[in-house]
Design a protein around this ligand. Structure first.
Ligand SMILES: NC(=O)c1ccc[n+]([C@@H]2O[C@H](COP(=O)([O-])OP(=O)(O)OC[C@H]3O[C@@H](n4cnc5c(N)ncnc54)[C@H](OP(=O)(O)O)[C@@H]3O)[C@@H](O)[C@H]2O)c1
Length: 256
């Protein structure tokens, strides 16, 4: 295959991507990666941080806009997402936003459990429904869910998070089974230990941090930009025959 054809395979020119939680951390790195590969990006978030990411991108000549959504409130989200799906042709949906609450399981409140499940799982399903329906009609589309190593493992004091991430992997497979025949690929990325606000508590605990680092064959914590390439791949034509898959990007953790 000649170089131009390979470049074309990974190009996102002419595509529009919606990324949730794109104001910081992994979501910001994914948004910048997709924009760099040629996509127009729509950044979904609930505060000023998405505006700052949009400014950063537009200053550099990329097409970026924002939508203000709080993913905890899935009843209003459903309507808002349906409206956006009518206005914009979203080719790539990245369900990235997520929260973690570290609490011993006996102390987890109903409100805490619901909050984590709402943001990490319910919202991703609601958005997939809204934008997936339009993708099916168009006969092409990409849904990328951000899972976790805790889609495979139970973790410590993170039952709600672990349940949500096992759930998102199951939804990835379930939607893929239904939508692949319509040209819509549904995949997930399972990041390893990445230096963001999500893992701040772990990194601040020197004993736990050393324990984690000792198990990572790449011998370093991941950076948000370590996830960008996997997202570009799963958003591009290069992955048209990859679906229902959860791609681990973890510096080798799972192989240990
Ligand atoms: N860091 C890791 O090691 C790691 C490992 C595996 C999986 N992940 C997953 O990667 C994804 C991104 O996390 P991160 O590490 O980048 O953490 P982060 O820096 O804490 O980012 C979380 C993002 O989710 C958004 N968010 C949270 N609650 C929201 C709500 N109610 N409505 C709308 N947006 C909301 C945040 O928006 P605001 O700016 O408005 O708060 C923020 O953009 C999550 O799904 C996380 O579970 C992370």
């Amino acid at each position: 295959m000649i170089t131009a054809e390979v470049r074309e395979l990974f190009s996102l020119e002419g595509r529009t991507a919606l990324i949730t939680g794109a104001g910081r951390g992994i979501g910001k790195a994914i948004a910048c990666g997709l924009a760099g590969a040629g996509a127009d990006v729509v950044l979904a978030g609930r505060n000023g941080s998405v505006e700052r990411t949009a400014e950063l991108l537009t200053e550099q000549g990329y097409a970026a806009s924002t939508v203000a959504w709080d993913l905890e409130h899935t009843d209003t989200l459903q309507q808002e997402a349906r409206e956006l799906a009518q206005e914009r042709s979203i080719d790539i949906l990245v369900n990235n936003a997520g929260i973690i609450e570290r609490t011993p399981s006996v102390e987890v409140s109903q409100a805490q459990w619901r909050r984590v499940l709402s943001v990490n799982l319910d919202a991703a399903f609601v958005l997939s429904q809204a934008f997936g329906a339009a993708m099916i009609e168009r006969g092409h589309g990409k849904v990328i869910n951000v899972a976790s190593l805790l889609a495979f493992q139970g973790g410590l004091r993170v039952a709600s998070y672990s349940a949500s991430k096992h759930g998102i992997m199951a939804v990835t497979q379930a939607l893929s089974n239904e939508w692949a025949q319509h040209g819509v690929q549904v995949n997930a990325i399972a990041p390893g230990y990445i230096a963001t606000a999500n893992t701040e508590e772990l990194r601040e605990d020197s004993a736990r941090s050393a324990e984690i680092l000792a198990r990572i064959p790449s011998a370093r914590w991941g950076e948000p930009t370590d996830i960008s390439g996997a997202a570009v791949f799963l958003a591009s034509r290069a992955s048209d025959y990859v679906t229902g898959h959860t791609l681990v990007v973890d510096g080798g953790w799972m192989a240990r």
